[in-house]
Design a protein around this ligand. Structure first.
Ligand SMILES: CC(C)(COP(=O)(O)OP(=O)(O)OC[C@H]1O[C@@H](n2cnc3c(N)ncnc32)[C@H](O)[C@@H]1OP(=O)(O)O)[C@@H](O)C(=O)NCCC(=O)NCCS
Length: 330
């Protein structure tokens, strides 16, 4: 409860889509000089889903995830007042992906926009939708994270290409008066250079080899690692302080799936058992803004969440630098 008459969205439907093709660590070792042992030990990743160039785009994956979330919720799509698609890797700049989703599911009463907030895209879109609901502007929102990251990884750079996978996840939020919700979000643009991917479409840029490399995901892994293990537990602790909740009262800490060691470090710092930190990174790798809703879908399917009774914190971090966390019941 938020202690007043404010409405926030409760998650009433979840769906996800993962491409059928799988690239294992052993497959990866045939592409770059690496090994299953190295990748598993440093990241927890064993395999990742990889988009089919013939059939999978960020748009098509978003639509599939949205259809499943709608079916799971049982709502009439005409009830949806807002669709936000978070994606760092849209296949088209416009029409925006959210409008394509709207058309595909006949959500004719929805306003639509896309957002790029890198890996925390889903969390940022969720928080934005909650503000529309709180303001009374909409009653029902569809929030999607969709990524086709393997389009943007340099399969000659073993430090990055092993980390990412493709997929999409979606949730339906419905306004309710007694929904628990609170949030803290941060950004540090001055520290942003450690994760960098330039757009190919730039006037005046000669298409040199160096420039073409900058159109892939470039990353200083250790700096990103240190950023995550410092800021994620800090923002969660600050949120717990803000809401007057003890970490022991939280059933699950649902974190962006970037690296098992980052998640283990957060668990240790919060002095919480690792069992409270659900993970699917072993099978999905880092799917950026899709990682949390894909994990939520798995958790709902196996009964860990879905009845509005589990007290959770969701937290993500990524390029920008951006990071944040919100608390809710799901
Ligand atoms: C990328 C990451 C796994 C690298 O692990 P690390 O322990 O920091 O490794 P380093 O970058 O220090 O590299 C150590 C050595 O392993 C090598 N290496 C890097 N990638 C490798 C791979 N896939 N296979 C084998 N060796 C590899 C490096 O070349 C380096 O070799 P050297 O010592 O001979 O120079 C780790 O830094 C990480 O996960 N960071 C966070 C990244 C992330 O999550 N980004 C997305 C955030 S949203």
């Amino acid at each position: 409860m938020n202690g007043d008459n404010t409405s926030y969205g409760r998650v009433i439907g979840i769906g996800s889509y993962l491409p059928k093709d799988i690239l294992t660590n052993d497959d990866m070792a045939k592409i770059v000089e690496t090994s299953d042992e190295w990748i598993t030990e440093r990241t927890g990743i064993k395999e990742r889903h990889i988009s089919d160039p013939e059939t999978d785009t960020s748009e098509s994956m978003a639509i599939e995830a949205a259809k499943k979330a709608v079916a799971d919720s049982g709502i009439d799509t005409k009830e949806i007042g807002l669709i936000i698609v978070a994606s760092t890797t849209p296949n088209v700049l416009f029409p925006v992906l959210s409008a394509s989703v709207q058309a595909a599911i006949d959500a004719d009463n929805a306003m639509c926009f896309d957002m790029n907030a890198a890996c925390p895209g889903f969390v940022t879109a969720f928080v934005t939708a909650q503000n529309y609901i709180k303001a009374g502007a909409v009653d029902c929102a569809l929030v999607i994270g969709t990524e086709n990251l393997t389009n943007y990884v340099n399969f000659e750079d073993r430090g990055t290409c092993i980390l990412f996978g493709d997929g999409a996840g979606a949730v339906i939020l419905k306004a309710e008066k007694d929904t628990k919700y609170d949030v803290i979000m941060h950004a540090a643009g001055k520290r942003g250079e450690c994760m960098h991917c330039e757009s190919y479409m730039q006037k005046g840029k000669e298409k040199t080899e160096e420039f073409l490399k900058s159109n892939y995901i470039n990353m200083d892994g250790q700096t990103v690692f240190k950023f995550a293990v410092t800021e994620v537990p800090r923002v969660i602790e600050d949120l717990l302080k803000k809401t007057g909740t003890s970490a022991d009262e939280i059933d699950y800490f649902i974190l962006h799936q970037a690296n098992r060691r980052i998640i283990e470090s957060v668990a240790k710092r919060l002095k919480q058992p690792i069992e409270k930190f659900p993970m699917n990174i072993e099978r999905t790798a880092n799917t950026s803004s899709a990682s949390i809703p894909i994990l939520l879908d798995e958790m709902k399917k196996d009964g860990r969440i879905g009845e509005g009774k589990k007290h959770v914190i969701m937290s993500s971090f990524g390029a920008g630098l951006l990071w944040g966390a919100f608390e809710t019941k799901i």
